[in-house]
Design a protein. Structure first.
Ligand SMILES: [Zn+2]
Length: 204
């Protein structure tokens, strides 16, 4: 099986509970400590087998790490880990998953060194909300429900609002509209992408 490690928790001693986003599920596995085991890190794409004998949790076996060239670039890896960590709380209570989520991450990982990763994160967040039917079009304010003006602020899950309603900074209306209709950050400059990225970082 293949999957992305979206959470790593210490169990007793040096053992780990590893939560993996697979194509069809988000599952947790137990990993016994072993000096000869490869080191697992948040965000890694791994190939593995599971051993179901444990009543507590399946065990992770025969793990191999499927690398990406950017993994050795510290900043890229840090941004990747921050991004991947958003999926565990979002999908925690789901039993089965559509392959959409795994493919979204795989596609992002493949592009991670060719584009500004913050742009990829913003575009993935839009794709995810769109897939889940949670896009709130930037016409009315989510807080006061009155029409939005020429400056639009965004809240968690890209909910649009008046800057004055959330005491937040904002983006020009036409740029927000373009982002919502295309799902691309093409019209946004890097500072505007940083603003969007800070919103997305609050969670899906
Ligand atoms: Zn408002």
């Amino acid at each position: 099986m293949k999957g992305f490690i979206v959470s790593l928790r210490r169990a007793r001693d040096e053992d780990l509970v590893v939560t993996i986003l697979e194509e069809r599920a988000l599952r947790s596995y137990y990993r016994f400590y072993g000096a000869r085991h490869s080191i697992l890190q948040l965000g890694y794409l791994i190939d593995y087998e599971s051993e179901e004998e444990s009543r507590y949790m399946p065990r992770l076996r025969r793990v191999s790490h499927l690398g990406f060239p950017w993994l050795y670039r510290r900043n890229r890896l840090m941004l990747w880990q921050r991004f991947v960590a958003l999926f565990e709380p979002h999908l925690r209570d789901t039993e089965t998953l559509d392959p959409f989520y795994f493919r979204l991450l795989l596609d992002a990982a493949r592009r991670w060194d060719r584009q500004n990763p913050r742009r990829i994160v913003c575009e993935c967040a839009h794709a995810l909300l769109d897939y889940e039917g949670r896009i709130h079009e930037p016409t009315d304010c989510y807080i006061c429900e009155k029409p939005l003006g020429e400056e639009i602020a965004l809240m968690q899950a890209l909910l649009p609002a008046h800057p004055s309603c959330i005491f937040g900074s904002a983006l020009p209306r036409e740029k927000v509209e373009d982002f919502f209709s295309t799902g691309k950050t093409t019209l946004l400059d890097d500072n505007e992408v940083d603003y969007l990225y800070s919103i997305v970082g609050k969670g899906f």
